[in-house]
Design a protein around this ligand. Structure first.
Ligand SMILES: Cc1cc2nc3c(=O)[nH]c(=O)nc-3n(C[C@H](O)[C@H](O)[C@H](O)COP(=O)(O)OP(=O)(O)OC[C@H]3O[C@@H](n4cnc5c(N)ncnc54)[C@H](O)[C@@H]3O)c2cc1C
Length: 472
């Protein structure tokens, strides 16, 4: 794909991973780059969403490990979190990371403007700063990377005290006694897992048959089982209609009314019902930018919008709400705009992780696609309980699953449910990205004993002569 005309200046709206990674690429390629952000460099990713939640989960994971220590002969009775310290650490770490990124942008020559921006034509951003000044930024190419915000359910509006979105959690003065998490997608499941480990009573309200409806069903079943065993109350097929505050003094709390009339009482409610793109009221439609039904900006695989020389990246495009994808879309946009050779985004090779305990990491095709017949694949699933290292470490829950093309044995995808699955999935991602075969994976040395040994073992079981031996 080729870009006509020489591009020398870039304006980026939004300083999250979809924006700042792009700005760094563009400045490295010699462009004159201005980045505009309203709320802080690093975006929601660094300041309120991904980084804070994973920092919280670092503490909750440690607590879970310590609670399981007696099985390995270690007595660590009484392990508990100092919530003031945990929340303080989250704020400090997020702020420091934001400063680090801002410092790097400036050092590399990106002009950073603080203020609220809108598109004033395909080559212009209008920026209103806090002191009331308006600045116009003209550029050959504009990249929109405005991200998203928590979806608000009418009748359950967050108040920052008892009814919360995930950005308000870390300002609580104390741990909730009983947190009702509404929504059992990735965000809801991660917070349910994390806050349970911190010591809260947790009820998870899920509108579907099971938690994590978008994930591999075997993986979600393992997780739901672990949740129940750890004392989380999971309410399946339960849709929240509204949330209200109730009681006073020590008895103050919330009531969640479900659509079937049941009422669930707790101390706090966390709304985790998805996100909406921040695309309203910033001049997009006026400039002719096509939006999808949910307000997402429609883009092609090199991040172009419907208007030439306006690109978009990250959560505002609705492609995949992941920091890694946002950053890659932004880089691709700049490579394309600045005339570099560029490979279009391939969603099929994106790996994703649910940071529950255990974690769930996935890449490539899904079991659902295999079962529906849309993809032909052989599947091998090995429970962690059969892995020597897992036994030594006292791990009970989880598995490794590998999908391969039946004829040639190309690895098509995989699922890992294990502690640190986010690290363990990389060999599968490499195999999927580079079209490796199960023979190639099986002939790779894995450390003995290691969880990675289950990956090479699954690949071995998918090799044609092994399959024939099993069938015979
Ligand atoms: C709780 C939670 C946990 C997550 N954990 C992970 C994870 O573990 N791994 C992962 O890959 N992803 C995770 N994500 C998703 C990840 O945070 C997003 O995919 C990522 O933030 C998207 O980056 P972005 O650049 O598109 O938007 P953002 O990070 O939201 O940044 C957008 C920026 O644009 C600015 N902006 C918006 N409108 C304007 C305007 N008009 N003028 C000026 N500035 C504006 C905002 O202030 C913001 O700074 C998580 C999400 C949530 C909600």
């Amino acid at each position: 794909m080729e870009q006509t005309g020489r591009v020398t200046s870039i304006a980026v709206l939004g300083g999250g991973p979809g924006g700042y990674e792009a700005a760094l690429v563009a400045v490295e390629l010699g462009a004159d780059v201005t980045l505009v952000d309203a709320d802080g460099i690093g975006g929601a990713c660094v300041l309120t969403d991904c980084v804070p939640s994973k920092t919280l989960i670092a503490t909750s994971e440690l607590l879970t490990t310590m609670r399981g220590a007696d099985g390995l002969g270690v007595d660590v009775d009484g392990a508990r979190a100092d919530v003031g310290h945990v929340f303080g650490r989250i704020h400090t770490l997020a702020t420091a990371q934001s400063h680090d990124i801002a410092g790097r942008l400036t050092r590399e020559g990106v002009r950073v403007l603080s203020g609220s921006g809108r598109l004033a034509g395909p080559h212009c951003l209008e920026v209103s700063s806090a002191d009331g000044q308006t600045t116009r930024v003209e550029a050959d190419v504009v990249l929109l990377a405005v991200g998203s915000s928590p979806r608000v359910l009418p009748g359950a509006e967050p108040d920052g005290e008892r009814i919360l979105d995930w950005r308000q959690l870390y300002d609580l003065p104390a741990l909730p006694e009983h947190l009702i998490v509404i929504g059992s997608g990735v965000t809801g499941a991660e917070f349910a897992s994390g806050f349970r480990a911190l010591g809260c009573e947790v009820t998870l309200v899920s509108s579907r048959e099971r938690v994590l409806p978008g994930e591999d069903a075997d993986a979600a079943n393992v997780l739901e089982d672990v949740f129940r065993r750890r004392g989380i109350t999971v309410l399946n097929r339960s849709r929240a209609a509204r949330v209200r505050r109730c009681g006073s003094g020590a008895g103050e709390g919330v009531e969640v009314e479900l659509t079937d009339g049941r009422v669930v009482a707790g101390s706090h409610a966390l709304m985790a019902v998805g996100s909406v793109p921040r695309t309203a009221g910033i001049g997009l439609e006026e400039a002719g930018i096509k939006l999808g039904p949910g307000g997402h900006i429609a883009v092609d695989r090199v991040s172009r919008t419907s208007v030439p020389e306006v690109y978009a990246s990250g959560d505002c495009t609705g492609v995949l709400p992941l920091a890694s994808v946002a950053a890659m879309q932004g880089r691709i946009a700049m490579w394309h705009a600045l005339g570099e050779a560029v490979a279009p985004l391939q969603v099929r090779v994106v790996s994703a992780n649910v940071f529950t305990d255990p974690e769930i990491a996935t890449v490539g095709i899904s079991q659902e696609a295999v079962e529906s017949g849309s993809v032909a694949a052989d599947v091998v699933k090995l429970p962690l309980a059969t892995n020597a290292r897992a036994k030594m470490q006292g791990m009970r829950d989880g598995f490794v699953k590998l999908f391969a093309r039946p004829d040639v044995g190309t690895v098509l995808g995989g699922v890992v449910v294990a502690p640190h699955a986010s690290e363990l999935v990389l060999p599968i991602s490499m195999a999927v990205q580079h079209n490796l075969t199960v023979d190639q994976v099986a002939h790779t040395f894995a450390i003995y004993p290691s969880l990675a040994g289950s990956l090479t073992e699954a690949a071995r079981q998918l090799m044609p002569h092994e399959k024939a031996a099993v069938a015979g």
